[in-house]
Ligand binder design. Structure first.
Ligand code: URA
Length: 360
């Protein structure tokens, strides 16, 4: 789907980083260092912060720590050009001090955007600053190394920072061992089938779909994770002959989630085009979305979905792969907020009329 082309997202993010003034570190930089590597990497590596050489060149891990990282990548048979390498903060802290909490916080959205755009099979954190920046609350590095951790369903593997080898030579073997394990895990995973940007010279088929943003009384919405893509989306499906958009939304929600819902109001229609590798064609798809609330049934994701999960608005914005879906969900929460505010105002109005009539 063209609107979330990961390459374009990475380019835009890099551009934003180069002109960023969100924290004090911008004042001393020669170059910001957004990160390097292919947009479809299986692995994203996260260091701490650019040093002197990185600041001078605008590229990550090109100094002494970079040489150690290169040797570890070689030992793990991971070509450097096949992984995306970046840092927690993208500008050099003065005198190579550790980045401060507010600097990490200001820069973190860039890192999360990069990870979300690439959707790698694994994020490798180099050192505890990266581990804590990626995961928020995380165990100590020595414990994290042996634990299965994840950020938005991408597994997180933590190892030591290559610069630690400068003080403790024994750690070089440990880092190589950790990278070797990641490389083997990533190679053994089946490749995921994903839709791609539309291709020229292949037929384009129109598709009409309808679906819903279901919001429960606790203010959570139900997302589905597609097993073959590993991506989160909203319940929806193709309109069958003779069906109205409302009928399709009700049927598809029930089939895909197991829930019976009541449609409250239309939200918006979204359109996008994509190439679907198994079929070898482009699709131009238009989806009508409705705001809905659950009225029965129980959550049982249809085969083909890895998981169904009730999430907050904020979690939905982090998990959903496509900007269109994120916009639809935001509209649903906004519509719900406005309805609740109207009810409160009406309630207050009635309350004050009643008290005005009440005899003294
Ligand atoms: N170079 C980087 O780019 N990041 C580090 O964390 C260390 C050196």
């Amino acid at each position: 789907m063209a609107d979330a082309d990961p390459h374009a997202v990475l380019e835009e993010t890099a551009q934003a980083i180069r002109t960023c003034t969100r924290c004090r570190l911008h004042a001393g930089r020669t170059h910001a260092v957004p990160g390097d590597g292919p947009f479809d990497s299986d692995i994203v590596m996260v260091g701490e912060a650019p040093g002197k050489e990185e600041d001078a060149s605008g590229r990550p891990f090109v100094g002494a720590a970079g040489k150690i990282l290169d040797r570890a990548l070689d030992a793990a048979r991971l070509p450097r050009g096949s992984v995306f390498i970046t840092n927690v903060v993208k500008c050099r802290p003065p005198g190579n001090r550790s980045p401060r909490a507010d600097e990490i916080e200001a820069c973190r959205p860039y890192l999360l955007t990069q990870i979300a755009a690439i959707r790698p099979k694994a994020v490798v954190t180099l050192g505890s600053t990266a581990l804590h920046a990626v995961l928020g609350a995380a165990p100590e590095l020595k414990d994290a190394r042996t634990r299965r951790l994840a950020v938005d369903d991408v597994s997180v593997v933590s190892t030591y920072h290559p610069a630690a080898v400068l003080y403790n030579r024994g750690l070089e073997r440990t880092i190589r061992g950790d990278l070797g394990k990641v490389a083997r895990a990533v190679r053994s995973e089946a490749p995921r089938i994903r839709s791609e940007g539309p291709r020229e010279g292949v037929p384009t088929n129109p598709l009409r779909s309808s679906g819903a943003v279901i919001v429960n009384p606790e203010g959570r919405t139900l997302l589905l994770c597609l097993a073959h893509e590993g991506t989160w989306g909203l319940p929806k499906g193709t309109v069958e002959p003779g069906e109205t958009l409302e009928q399709t939304a009700l049927r598809e929600v029930h089939e895909e989630t197991g829930l019976k819902v009541r449609l409250i109001r239309p939200l918006r229609e979204v359109s996008y085009s994509f190439y679907w590798p198994p079929a070898g064609v482009n699709y131009h798809k238009t989806v009508a979305y409705f705001l809905a609330e659950p009225v029965g049934g129980e959550v049982r994701p249809e085969p083909g979905f890895e998981e169904a999960r009730w999430v907050t608005h904020e979690e939905a914005l982090r998990l959903l792969r496509w900007p269109n879906d994120r916009d639809v969900v935001s509209r649903a929460f906004e519509a719900r907020r406005r309805t609740a505010a109207r009810r409160r105002t009406r309630g207050r109005g009635r309350g004050s009329r009643r008290s005005a009539r009440r005899p003294r």
